[in-house]
Design a protein around this ligand. Sequence first.
Ligand SMILES: *Cc1c(COP(=O)(O)O)cnc(C)c1O
Length: 385
Amino acid sequence: MSKTVRFATKCIHAGQKPDPVTGAVTFPIYLTSTFVQEAPGKHKGFVYSRTGNPTRTALEENIASVEGGKYGLAFASGLAASNAIAALLKLGDHLIISDDVYGGVYRLINQFLSDWGVKVTQVDAANVRSVKSSLRKETRMIWIETPSNPLLKVIDIKKVAALAGETGAMLVVDNTFASPFLQNPLALGAHIVFHSATKYLGGHSDVVGGLVVNSDESIYQRLKFLQNTFGGVPSPLDCWLVLRGIKTLHVRMERHCHNAKGIAEFLESHRKVKTVYYPGLQSHPQHYVARRQMKEYGGMVSFRIKGGVSQSTGFLKALKIFALAESLGGVESLAECPALMTHASVPTKRRESLGITGDLIRLSVGIEDLQDLQEDLDQALSQAG
Ligand SMILES: *Cc1c(COP(=O)(O)O)cnc(C)c1O
Protein backbone atom coordinates (compact mmCIF):
# COMPACT_ATOMS: atom_id res chain seq x y z
CA MET A 1 0.00 0.00 0.00
CA SER A 2 1.21 3.50 -0.82
CA LYS A 3 2.83 5.25 2.14
CA THR A 4 0.96 8.46 1.40
CA VAL A 5 -2.47 7.30 2.54
CA ARG A 6 -3.88 8.79 5.71
CA PHE A 7 -4.50 7.41 9.18
CA ALA A 8 -7.99 5.88 8.78
CA THR A 9 -7.02 4.14 5.55
CA LYS A 10 -3.87 2.71 7.17
CA CYS A 11 -5.92 1.39 10.11
CA ILE A 12 -8.10 -0.63 7.76
CA HIS A 13 -5.67 -1.71 5.04
CA ALA A 14 -2.02 -1.59 6.14
CA GLY A 15 -0.39 -5.03 6.14
CA GLN A 16 -3.43 -6.73 4.65
CA LYS A 17 -4.23 -7.61 1.06
CA PRO A 18 -7.11 -9.80 -0.11
CA ASP A 19 -6.06 -13.47 0.00
CA PRO A 20 -4.46 -14.28 -3.41
CA VAL A 21 -5.67 -17.91 -3.31
CA THR A 22 -9.35 -17.42 -2.49
CA GLY A 23 -9.96 -13.68 -2.84
CA ALA A 24 -11.16 -13.50 0.79
CA VAL A 25 -11.39 -9.80 1.71
CA THR A 26 -10.65 -10.43 5.38
CA PHE A 27 -7.10 -11.47 6.18
CA PRO A 28 -6.95 -15.18 7.15
CA ILE A 29 -6.09 -16.53 10.58
CA TYR A 30 -3.18 -18.87 9.84
CA LEU A 31 -3.68 -21.44 12.58
CA THR A 32 -0.58 -23.46 11.91
CA SER A 33 2.53 -24.10 13.96
CA THR A 34 4.77 -25.08 11.03
CA PHE A 35 5.20 -24.58 7.27
CA VAL A 36 6.10 -27.00 4.47
CA GLN A 37 9.51 -26.50 2.83
CA GLU A 38 10.15 -27.21 -0.84
CA ALA A 39 13.67 -28.39 -0.10
CA PRO A 40 15.64 -28.21 3.16
CA GLY A 41 16.02 -24.50 3.94
CA LYS A 42 13.96 -23.46 0.90
CA HIS A 43 10.69 -21.86 1.99
CA LYS A 44 8.34 -18.92 1.43
CA GLY A 45 9.58 -16.92 4.44
CA PHE A 46 7.73 -18.82 7.16
CA VAL A 47 9.23 -21.80 8.99
CA TYR A 48 7.74 -22.07 12.48
CA SER A 49 5.07 -19.89 14.10
CA ARG A 50 7.07 -18.72 17.13
CA THR A 51 9.56 -17.20 14.71
CA GLY A 52 6.93 -15.90 12.29
CA ASN A 53 3.32 -16.36 11.25
CA PRO A 54 1.53 -14.57 8.38
CA THR A 55 -1.31 -13.24 10.56
CA ARG A 56 1.28 -11.84 12.97
CA THR A 57 3.23 -10.31 10.09
CA ALA A 58 0.04 -8.57 8.92
CA LEU A 59 -0.45 -7.09 12.40
CA GLU A 60 3.22 -6.09 12.68
CA GLU A 61 3.11 -4.28 9.34
CA ASN A 62 -0.20 -2.69 10.25
CA ILE A 63 0.94 -1.23 13.59
CA ALA A 64 4.22 -0.01 12.07
CA SER A 65 2.25 1.92 9.47
CA VAL A 66 -0.36 3.23 11.93
CA GLU A 67 2.37 4.46 14.33
CA GLY A 68 4.40 5.97 11.50
CA GLY A 69 7.42 3.70 12.09
CA LYS A 70 9.36 1.25 9.94
CA TYR A 71 9.18 -1.94 11.98
CA GLY A 72 6.48 -3.54 14.13
CA LEU A 73 6.69 -6.52 16.47
CA ALA A 74 3.83 -8.30 18.22
CA PHE A 75 3.98 -9.93 21.64
CA ALA A 76 1.69 -12.05 23.81
CA SER A 77 0.98 -9.13 26.16
CA GLY A 78 2.02 -5.57 26.85
CA LEU A 79 4.34 -6.88 29.54
CA ALA A 80 5.97 -9.41 27.20
CA ALA A 81 6.67 -6.43 24.94
CA SER A 82 8.08 -4.40 27.86
CA ASN A 83 10.28 -7.31 28.86
CA ALA A 84 11.86 -7.44 25.39
CA ILE A 85 12.47 -3.67 25.50
CA ALA A 86 13.95 -3.85 29.02
CA ALA A 87 16.25 -6.64 27.82
CA LEU A 88 17.96 -4.16 25.48
CA LEU A 89 19.74 -2.97 28.64
CA LYS A 90 22.92 -4.50 30.04
CA LEU A 91 24.75 -4.67 33.35
CA GLY A 92 25.82 -1.18 34.41
CA ASP A 93 23.37 0.67 32.16
CA HIS A 94 21.29 3.44 33.73
CA LEU A 95 17.55 3.71 33.16
CA ILE A 96 15.33 6.69 33.98
CA ILE A 97 11.61 5.93 34.31
CA SER A 98 8.69 8.19 35.07
CA ASP A 99 7.45 7.61 38.60
CA ASP A 100 3.91 6.56 37.75
CA VAL A 101 4.46 4.01 34.99
CA TYR A 102 2.05 1.10 34.74
CA GLY A 103 2.24 -1.14 37.84
CA GLY A 104 3.38 -4.20 35.89
CA VAL A 105 6.19 -2.22 34.25
CA TYR A 106 7.19 -0.85 37.68
CA ARG A 107 7.35 -4.42 39.01
CA LEU A 108 9.39 -5.62 36.01
CA ILE A 109 11.90 -2.84 36.53
CA ASN A 110 12.09 -2.79 40.32
CA GLN A 111 11.76 -6.46 41.17
CA PHE A 112 13.51 -7.98 38.19
CA LEU A 113 15.62 -5.67 36.05
CA SER A 114 17.38 -4.09 39.03
CA ASP A 115 18.58 -7.57 40.08
CA TRP A 116 20.31 -7.82 36.71
CA GLY A 117 22.54 -4.87 37.48
CA VAL A 118 20.67 -2.12 35.70
CA LYS A 119 20.60 1.09 37.72
CA VAL A 120 17.20 2.75 37.89
CA THR A 121 16.16 6.32 38.73
CA GLN A 122 12.50 7.24 39.05
CA VAL A 123 11.49 10.81 38.34
CA ASP A 124 8.39 12.90 37.89
CA ALA A 125 8.97 13.26 34.16
CA ALA A 126 6.12 15.78 33.78
CA ASN A 127 8.77 18.04 35.28
CA VAL A 128 11.37 17.90 32.48
CA ARG A 129 14.05 19.47 34.68
CA SER A 130 14.02 16.45 36.98
CA VAL A 131 14.74 14.23 33.96
CA LYS A 132 17.64 16.50 33.06
CA SER A 133 19.14 16.40 36.53
CA SER A 134 18.94 12.58 36.61
CA LEU A 135 20.91 12.09 33.39
CA ARG A 136 24.29 10.34 33.65
CA LYS A 137 26.75 9.49 30.96
CA GLU A 138 25.73 5.81 31.27
CA THR A 139 22.01 6.62 30.87
CA ARG A 140 21.02 4.26 28.11
CA MET A 141 17.23 4.46 28.23
CA ILE A 142 14.46 6.83 29.33
CA TRP A 143 11.04 5.22 29.74
CA ILE A 144 7.91 7.32 29.98
CA GLU A 145 4.18 6.86 29.81
CA THR A 146 1.94 9.73 28.74
CA PRO A 147 -0.82 10.36 29.66
CA SER A 148 0.01 8.47 32.83
CA ASN A 149 -2.05 6.13 34.94
CA PRO A 150 -4.14 6.94 36.96
CA LEU A 151 -3.48 10.71 37.34
CA LEU A 152 -3.20 11.43 33.60
CA LYS A 153 -0.03 13.48 33.88
CA VAL A 154 1.22 14.56 30.48
CA ILE A 155 4.94 14.42 29.65
CA ASP A 156 6.49 16.56 26.93
CA ILE A 157 7.83 13.87 24.57
CA LYS A 158 9.79 16.30 22.37
CA LYS A 159 11.64 17.83 25.33
CA VAL A 160 12.47 14.45 26.88
CA ALA A 161 13.64 13.19 23.45
CA ALA A 162 16.04 16.14 23.26
CA LEU A 163 17.45 15.22 26.70
CA ALA A 164 17.81 11.56 25.66
CA GLY A 165 19.87 12.81 22.72
CA GLU A 166 22.39 14.37 25.14
CA THR A 167 23.62 10.95 26.34
CA GLY A 168 22.59 8.92 23.29
CA ALA A 169 19.86 7.22 25.35
CA MET A 170 16.86 5.51 23.78
CA LEU A 171 13.53 7.12 24.57
CA VAL A 172 10.78 4.54 25.09
CA VAL A 173 7.19 5.78 25.17
CA ASP A 174 4.30 3.67 26.43
CA ASN A 175 1.56 4.98 24.13
CA THR A 176 -1.22 2.75 25.48
CA PHE A 177 -3.39 5.51 26.96
CA ALA A 178 -3.24 7.80 23.93
CA SER A 179 -3.28 5.21 21.13
CA PRO A 180 -1.68 6.07 17.78
CA PHE A 181 -4.80 8.03 16.85
CA LEU A 182 -4.01 10.76 19.38
CA GLN A 183 -0.23 10.80 19.45
CA ASN A 184 2.72 9.38 17.50
CA PRO A 185 5.80 9.45 19.75
CA LEU A 186 8.24 8.43 16.98
CA ALA A 187 7.38 11.63 15.11
CA LEU A 188 8.19 13.56 18.31
CA GLY A 189 11.66 12.02 18.64
CA ALA A 190 11.04 8.78 20.58
CA HIS A 191 13.06 5.72 19.53
CA ILE A 192 10.68 2.97 20.61
CA VAL A 193 6.93 3.11 21.13
CA PHE A 194 4.97 0.34 22.71
CA HIS A 195 1.36 -0.55 23.40
CA SER A 196 -0.64 -2.85 25.50
CA ALA A 197 -2.86 -3.88 22.56
CA THR A 198 -5.22 -5.21 25.22
CA LYS A 199 -6.57 -1.68 25.58
CA TYR A 200 -7.59 0.72 22.77
CA LEU A 201 -6.03 -1.19 19.87
CA GLY A 202 -7.94 -4.40 20.58
CA GLY A 203 -10.72 -2.15 21.79
CA HIS A 204 -13.30 -4.76 22.75
CA SER A 205 -11.89 -6.25 25.99
CA ASP A 206 -11.52 -9.64 24.32
CA VAL A 207 -7.76 -10.07 23.79
CA VAL A 208 -4.43 -9.55 25.59
CA GLY A 209 -1.48 -8.41 23.45
CA GLY A 210 1.52 -6.12 23.12
CA LEU A 211 3.06 -4.21 20.20
CA VAL A 212 6.39 -2.47 19.68
CA VAL A 213 7.26 -0.08 16.84
CA ASN A 214 10.58 1.54 15.96
CA SER A 215 12.45 2.79 12.91
CA ASP A 216 16.05 1.80 13.61
CA GLU A 217 17.16 -1.39 11.85
CA SER A 218 19.64 -2.52 14.52
CA ILE A 219 17.23 -1.98 17.44
CA TYR A 220 14.58 -3.84 15.43
CA GLN A 221 16.88 -6.80 14.75
CA ARG A 222 17.75 -7.06 18.44
CA LEU A 223 14.07 -6.86 19.49
CA LYS A 224 13.13 -9.47 16.88
CA PHE A 225 15.88 -11.73 18.20
CA LEU A 226 14.51 -11.26 21.75
CA GLN A 227 10.94 -11.89 20.57
CA ASN A 228 11.98 -15.27 19.16
CA THR A 229 14.39 -16.05 22.01
CA PHE A 230 11.92 -15.32 24.85
CA GLY A 231 9.05 -16.78 22.82
CA GLY A 232 6.35 -14.51 24.25
CA VAL A 233 4.44 -14.33 20.96
CA PRO A 234 0.70 -13.92 20.38
CA SER A 235 -1.41 -16.62 18.76
CA PRO A 236 -2.62 -16.04 15.18
CA LEU A 237 -6.19 -15.68 16.48
CA ASP A 238 -5.10 -12.99 18.97
CA CYS A 239 -3.25 -11.18 16.17
CA TRP A 240 -6.37 -11.26 14.06
CA LEU A 241 -8.51 -9.85 16.89
CA VAL A 242 -6.11 -6.91 17.28
CA LEU A 243 -6.04 -6.37 13.50
CA ARG A 244 -9.81 -6.24 13.53
CA GLY A 245 -9.83 -3.88 16.49
CA ILE A 246 -7.45 -1.45 14.76
CA LYS A 247 -9.80 -1.23 11.75
CA THR A 248 -12.20 0.88 13.84
CA LEU A 249 -9.62 2.62 16.06
CA HIS A 250 -10.13 6.09 14.58
CA VAL A 251 -13.92 5.89 14.83
CA ARG A 252 -13.90 4.53 18.37
CA MET A 253 -11.31 7.04 19.58
CA GLU A 254 -13.35 9.98 18.34
CA ARG A 255 -16.29 8.82 20.42
CA HIS A 256 -14.14 7.90 23.45
CA CYS A 257 -12.71 11.44 23.41
CA HIS A 258 -16.08 13.09 22.91
CA ASN A 259 -17.68 11.15 25.77
CA ALA A 260 -14.72 11.56 28.12
CA LYS A 261 -14.61 15.33 27.59
CA GLY A 262 -18.36 15.57 28.26
CA ILE A 263 -17.95 13.53 31.44
CA ALA A 264 -14.89 15.47 32.65
CA GLU A 265 -16.82 18.74 32.29
CA PHE A 266 -19.88 17.25 33.96
CA LEU A 267 -17.82 15.99 36.91
CA GLU A 268 -15.91 19.25 37.26
CA SER A 269 -19.17 21.06 38.04
CA HIS A 270 -20.58 18.35 40.32
CA ARG A 271 -20.92 19.25 44.01
CA LYS A 272 -19.75 15.81 45.20
CA VAL A 273 -16.54 15.94 43.19
CA LYS A 274 -13.34 17.50 44.52
CA THR A 275 -10.90 17.37 41.61
CA VAL A 276 -11.04 16.10 38.02
CA TYR A 277 -7.98 14.90 36.09
CA TYR A 278 -8.41 15.11 32.32
CA PRO A 279 -5.77 16.52 29.94
CA GLY A 280 -8.50 18.25 27.92
CA LEU A 281 -9.55 20.50 30.81
CA GLN A 282 -8.11 24.00 31.09
CA SER A 283 -7.50 23.21 34.77
CA HIS A 284 -5.13 20.33 33.92
CA PRO A 285 -1.54 21.33 34.84
CA GLN A 286 -0.09 20.13 31.51
CA HIS A 287 -3.06 21.03 29.33
CA TYR A 288 -0.84 23.18 27.13
CA VAL A 289 1.56 20.25 26.51
CA ALA A 290 -1.35 17.93 25.72
CA ARG A 291 -2.75 20.47 23.28
CA ARG A 292 0.55 20.54 21.44
CA GLN A 293 1.36 16.85 21.27
CA MET A 294 -2.06 15.13 21.22
CA LYS A 295 -4.82 15.32 18.64
CA GLU A 296 -7.53 15.09 21.30
CA TYR A 297 -7.41 14.13 24.96
CA GLY A 298 -8.35 10.47 25.24
CA GLY A 299 -10.98 8.37 26.94
CA MET A 300 -9.60 8.17 30.49
CA VAL A 301 -10.89 10.44 33.27
CA SER A 302 -9.91 10.30 36.94
CA PHE A 303 -11.49 12.25 39.79
CA ARG A 304 -11.56 12.60 43.55
CA ILE A 305 -14.88 12.13 45.26
CA LYS A 306 -15.61 14.24 48.35
CA GLY A 307 -15.11 11.99 51.39
CA GLY A 308 -12.93 8.89 51.34
CA VAL A 309 -12.89 5.15 50.69
CA SER A 310 -16.45 4.60 51.90
CA GLN A 311 -17.79 7.27 49.50
CA SER A 312 -15.85 5.88 46.55
CA THR A 313 -16.92 2.32 47.40
CA GLY A 314 -20.56 3.41 47.68
CA PHE A 315 -20.30 5.25 44.37
CA LEU A 316 -18.71 2.32 42.54
CA LYS A 317 -21.30 -0.13 43.87
CA ALA A 318 -24.17 2.11 42.80
CA LEU A 319 -23.07 2.37 39.15
CA LYS A 320 -25.34 0.54 36.70
CA ILE A 321 -23.79 1.08 33.24
CA PHE A 322 -20.13 1.54 34.22
CA ALA A 323 -18.79 -1.91 35.15
CA LEU A 324 -16.56 -2.19 38.21
CA ALA A 325 -13.44 -3.65 36.61
CA GLU A 326 -9.74 -3.16 35.98
CA SER A 327 -8.34 -2.59 32.46
CA LEU A 328 -9.45 0.07 29.99
CA GLY A 329 -9.85 1.02 26.38
CA GLY A 330 -12.82 -1.17 25.45
CA VAL A 331 -16.11 -0.01 23.96
CA GLU A 332 -17.82 -0.46 27.33
CA SER A 333 -17.36 1.98 30.23
CA LEU A 334 -15.44 0.80 33.29
CA ALA A 335 -14.85 2.34 36.70
CA GLU A 336 -12.42 1.44 39.46
CA CYS A 337 -10.68 2.63 42.62
CA PRO A 338 -6.90 2.51 41.83
CA ALA A 339 -5.83 2.40 45.51
CA LEU A 340 -7.89 -0.76 46.08
CA MET A 341 -7.61 -2.33 42.63
CA THR A 342 -5.10 -1.57 39.82
CA HIS A 343 -2.54 0.00 42.14
CA ALA A 344 -3.14 -2.10 45.27
CA SER A 345 0.27 -3.77 44.84
CA VAL A 346 2.12 -0.42 45.04
CA PRO A 347 3.44 -0.03 48.62
CA THR A 348 1.03 2.22 50.59
CA LYS A 349 3.55 4.95 51.35
CA ARG A 350 4.66 5.25 47.76
CA ARG A 351 1.07 5.10 46.54
CA GLU A 352 0.07 7.95 48.82
CA SER A 353 3.06 10.05 47.86
CA LEU A 354 1.92 9.70 44.24
CA GLY A 355 -1.58 10.88 45.23
CA ILE A 356 -3.26 7.52 44.67
CA THR A 357 -5.57 7.55 47.68
CA GLY A 358 -8.93 5.95 48.47
CA ASP A 359 -10.97 8.90 47.19
CA LEU A 360 -9.53 8.61 43.69
CA ILE A 361 -11.69 7.00 41.00
CA ARG A 362 -10.59 6.14 37.48
CA LEU A 363 -13.03 5.90 34.58
CA SER A 364 -12.42 4.26 31.24
CA VAL A 365 -15.13 6.04 29.29
CA GLY A 366 -16.68 3.81 26.65
CA ILE A 367 -18.60 4.65 23.52
CA GLU A 368 -22.14 4.28 24.87
CA ASP A 369 -24.58 7.20 24.79
CA LEU A 370 -23.03 10.15 26.65
CA GLN A 371 -26.32 11.17 28.29
CA ASP A 372 -26.79 7.65 29.67
CA LEU A 373 -23.27 7.65 31.08
CA GLN A 374 -23.73 11.04 32.76
CA GLU A 375 -27.05 9.97 34.27
CA ASP A 376 -25.40 6.82 35.62
CA LEU A 377 -22.59 8.83 37.24
CA ASP A 378 -25.09 11.33 38.62
CA GLN A 379 -27.32 8.72 40.28
CA ALA A 380 -24.29 6.88 41.70
CA LEU A 381 -22.80 10.12 43.09
CA SER A 382 -26.10 10.94 44.77
CA GLN A 383 -26.01 7.52 46.50
CA ALA A 384 -22.36 7.77 47.49
CA GLY A 385 -23.25 9.13 50.95
C1 LIG B 1 -2.22 -2.68 30.56
C2 LIG B 1 -1.02 -1.84 30.41
C3 LIG B 1 0.26 -2.41 30.26
C4 LIG B 1 0.50 -3.90 30.33
O1 LIG B 1 -0.08 -4.58 29.27
P1 LIG B 1 -0.67 -6.07 29.36
O2 LIG B 1 -1.27 -6.26 28.01
O3 LIG B 1 -1.66 -6.10 30.48
O4 LIG B 1 0.47 -6.98 29.62
C5 LIG B 1 1.33 -1.55 30.08
N1 LIG B 1 1.17 -0.21 30.07
C6 LIG B 1 -0.03 0.37 30.22
C7 LIG B 1 -0.15 1.84 30.21
C8 LIG B 1 -1.17 -0.42 30.40
O5 LIG B 1 -2.36 0.17 30.57
